[in-house]
Design a protein around this ligand. Sequence first.
Ligand code: F6P
Length: 458
Amino acid sequence: MSRLVVVSNRVPVPEKGGAAASAGGLAVALLAALQERGGIWMGWSGKSSGDNEPGPLSLEEQGKITFALTDLTEKDVDEYYFGFANRVLWPICHYRLDLAEYGRKEMAGYFRVNRFFAHRLAPLLKPDDTIWIHDYHLIPLAAELRQMGVKNRIGFFHHIPWPPADVLAAMPVHEEIMRGLAAYDLVGFQTDHDLENFAGCLRREEMGDALGDGRFNSGDKIFKGGVYGIGIETEAFAKFARKAVSHAMVHKAKESIIGRDLIIGVDRLDYSKGLTQRIDAFERFVLNNPAHQRNVTYLQVTPKSRSEVPEYEQMQRTVAEQAGRVNGALGTVDWVPIRYINRSLSRPILAGLYRLAKVGLVTPLRDGMNLVAKEYVAAQNPDDPGVLVLSRFAGAARELKGALLVNPYDIVGTANAIARALNMPLEERQERWQRMMDYLLEHDVSRWCDDFLNDLAA
Ligand code: F6P
């Protein structure tokens, strides 16, 4: 087994001496693979230095893993992270070309930082290392490494949706981005739909096509593309949630909703998550179902995210105002319909809250996979499971067949699904939950990791 080198924009360095208690399944799976094979995890430190040149890589060894972190300059962070990755690629990949703010300076910064990453990474590489690059921030990294003569196997996993050809084409540098992907040996997507879109982009731009057997060509390059829907640590998370219900905060939450059903939503504050439509749907549900008034509480946990991007700053105001307006209009002296928390909660608290909630509301307008949906299912009590109301536009909808699927743009349809979930008989809830849980147990995050790395090695 060759050594593994993982590169991602953010790196979840575990606290010294302890397991990464706050880490999600992705970090846990990649750390386990790195620990087994030995390797390096490289990425941005999350810090910016005011200087023109970031300092040297900071290396930290933990067991068989070396964490290699680099600061970026303020200009780099502005252009590469906020500018191109999050104001061009993110909206384009989420089908929001109306929100894409394309600028040449930002595009140059994105390619510059990828070249910089390549120059920092190359000296650390051994000839038979397997390199696995993650996320839209680093698409051109393989091409930069290849230009430096790196011949190792390099795989890329695209964690977010891949858009249709017409949407991608609105981005002025789309051909360069496509060429960047063709420099990999294997490119992984979350769903078959994303892979089809990708093949459509190659055809539409007359850059290449699917050759069968999962192979693609682009110019003279032949590479593989496949579907690897990311999973969670299903068994561990289920156990974690069972324990978490006795956490003091979860206990307090439980006492505060006695006699009421809990509906939960947990999302980063992002326009792709469909938060305003979801609050509208909840309001519509309450208005249409007087019998449920005063006996439901909708808890929306929404940590701030990318606040320096204007669209996110605007979104933060909009959601807060909307939650306040609905509470003002529908609340009574002893009932607050929406509890809105605009910061993050720890994973044990979230796991316990998922288990308490009768309904998990996961209604993004577009999402690569959505692991909250999977964690909500894994956290349920098999004797009395809650119901997942899931957007048909989340990657998870292609896997979790026991969910109530909704179109998040259809406010009345989503409101009706909430009512149906709350009224669903136990037997149907159990049957739906079991179907999803069986799938999640079989397709957990270790399998995702193994499947991708085996195909990259093949
Ligand atoms: O879903 C894509 C993703 O980049 C994840 O990999 C990451 O955890 C998440 O978005 C958060 O984004 P950011 O690093 O910008 O806070």
